[in-house]
Design a protein around this ligand. Structure first.
Ligand code: 6PG
Length: 509
């Protein structure tokens, strides 16, 4: 059913073009009838609006050009009740109070422009939601600015792509507790579900939601890089794309069960109509990125949190996308080119495949450990009080990194007070078993000259954290030598400096 702002309430399916008649204000009968409004009818906004309407919510729609809104209603008006607004004033007028406005426009300046136009039309207690991939510092700034005007601003990460937005995404809202009371039930009703539990929860004030979404994407980058490294190793062991697709399908039935493994099998089994070979072999080996992986690493650098496996996954995409660098180096550098498995066959090859599977699981666990630790530190720094169990819970379905492992992670955080995921009993025990494979794979890759930056970084992280004593002591000595930066002693409190250029006696400073 479609409700044009200038016309009567339609009772059945809309006729194309319904609601196109320009109107400068909402007729009195329609004022306050929509429980939620969506601004921006590009694919994510449109699908989210349809999802809301399908769940029985009357949705007001606004887009800068009305043609888009008309298209949505012409094609999908029968899915629920939409109120079309030709301008922002009638859009705002159509909303029940407190008004709930979800902005789904290009992150950045576009979001600020919509906010600037909306704010003068809103009233105290109204809620503005940014459902884009905004940087959390922008969200913090916007939240502060709107709070000063008596409005709620909610940065809500939404994951799951176009299909997720329509059929049930994972939603990660931040913002005030009051805003969640008014908004949460609506968002929860359209989110993905696991055993009746929605993949949506209030994560904390101001930028908490967008921070968690950003880290989700950092983990997504790492997970994709690890899978790509596994593919590269299997390829080097002589397996073709179809065989690898079969292996990934089998892996998807066990501990590695995840959306990204499923996607991998789909991509590997796709044939190329032009060549008749595997499509993957026709795709240029240069990975793109829109920036959220880099944001995760930047945030980690600013907060001083080690996320080296995530960082390597961002750098691996960067390295792949510098053809001139690769061409120059390829011409100059020597090294093995035999692949990790030349000559492997039968049981030996099967054992190698199993080693790669265990390596993939180990590295994946490290990516989650790094991402969740980053969220923990950010939460402490910004006073967000993000509950990590809740994060794992709402990532179990709907989002790109959804995986069977998240159920286990959730359970571990529910049962234990963890500084790091790696100390969780079942994870710790799992890694104790898989690490032999992990070391063999990283070693074999190094010997064979196959780059595994993600697997190797994850293993270094594991070994760094479990080391009794790190070489950082030497670095402190070096810093003190050339910069008098001082050091602490293992056997005394306080700070010390050695007079390196004088008599080399030690002073307490
Ligand atoms: C999601 C995805 C989505 C997306 C990013 C990453 O959660 O639905 O993370 O946000 O895939 O745009 O894209 P890039 O790989 O282009 O950075």
């Amino acid at each position: 059913m479609t409700v044009p702002p200038s016309g009567p309430v339609g009772s059945t399916s809309p006729s194309p073009g319904t609601g196109t008649t320009p109107a400068s204000s909402t007729p009195p009968g329609l004022t306050g009838t929509a429980v939620v409004g969506v601004v921006g009818m590009a694919v994510m906004g449109r699908n989210l609006a349809r999802n809301l309407a399908r769940h029985g919510h009357t949705v007001a729609l606004y887009n800068r050009t009305t043609a888009r809104t008309d298209e949505v209603v012409a094609a999908h008006g029968h899915e629920g009740t939409f109120v079309l607004a030709p301008d922002l004033a009638s859009f705002v007028d159509a909303l029940a109070r407190p008004r709930r406005v979800i902005i789904m426009v290009q992150a950045g300046a576009g979001t600020d422009a919509v906010i600037d136009q909306l704010v003068p039309l809103l009233e105290e207690g109204d809620i503005v939601v940014d459902g884009g991939n905004a940087h959390y510092t922008d969200t913090r700034r916007r939240e502060r600015a709107l709070r000063a005007q008596g409005l709620h601003f909610v940065g809500a990460g939404i994951s799951g792509g176009e299909v997720g937005a329509l059929e049930g995404p994972s939603i990660m809202p931040g913002g005030s507790v009051e805003s969640y009371a008014a908004l949460g039930p609506i968002l929860e009703s359209i989110a993905a579900e696991v055993d009746g539990e929605p993949c949506c929860a209030h994560l904390g004030p101001d930028g908490a939601g967008h921070f968690v979404k950003m880290v989700h994407n950092g983990i997504e980058y790492a997970d994709m890089q690890f899978i790509a490294e596994a593919y590269d190793l299997l390829r080097g062991a002589g397996l073709d794309a179809e065989q690898m697709a079969g292996i990934f399908r089998t892996w998807n039935e066990g501990d590695l069960d995840s959306y990204l493994i499923e996607v991998t099998a789909e991509v590997l089994s796709q044939r190329d109509a032009r060549t008749g070979g595997a499509l993957v072999d026709s795709i240029v080996d240069a990975a793109g990125q829109k920036g959220t992986g880099s944001w995760t690493v930047q945030a980690a650098l600013e907060l001083g949190v080690p996320v080296n496996a995530i960082a390597e996954s961002v750098f691996a995409r960067a390295a792949s996308s510098h053809p001139e660098l690769r061409t120059a180096a390829r011409a100059a550098l020597s090294g093995p080119t035999t692949g990790t498995g030349s000559g492997r066959s039968g049981a030996d090859r099967e054992a190698f495949v199993e080693d790669v599977r265990q390596t993939l699981w180990s590295a994946k666990v490290v990516a989650y450990a790094q991402g969740l630790h980053l969220i923990r530190v950010a939460s402490q720094t910004y006073g967000w009080d993000v509950d990590i169990e809740t994060v794992a819970r709402i990532w179990r379905a709907g989002c790109i990194i959804r995986a069977r492992l998240l159920e286990r992670i959730r359970g571990e955080y529910a049962a234990n007070d963890l500084v790091t995921l790696l100390e969780a009993p079942s994870i710790r025990d799992g890694l104790a078993t898989t690490q032999a494979s992990w070391r063999r794979v990283v070693g074999a890759a190094a010997q064979a000259g196959v780059p595994v930056p993600g697997f190797a970084a994850a293993l270094s992280y594991y070994d760094t954290l479990r080391a009794e004593r790190l070489p950082a002591a030497l670095i402190q000595g070096q810093r003190d030598y050339f910069g008098a930066h001082t050091y602490r002693r293992v056997d005394d409190d306080g700070t010390f400096h050695t007079r390196w250029s004088a008599d080399r006696s030690e002073a307490r400073v």
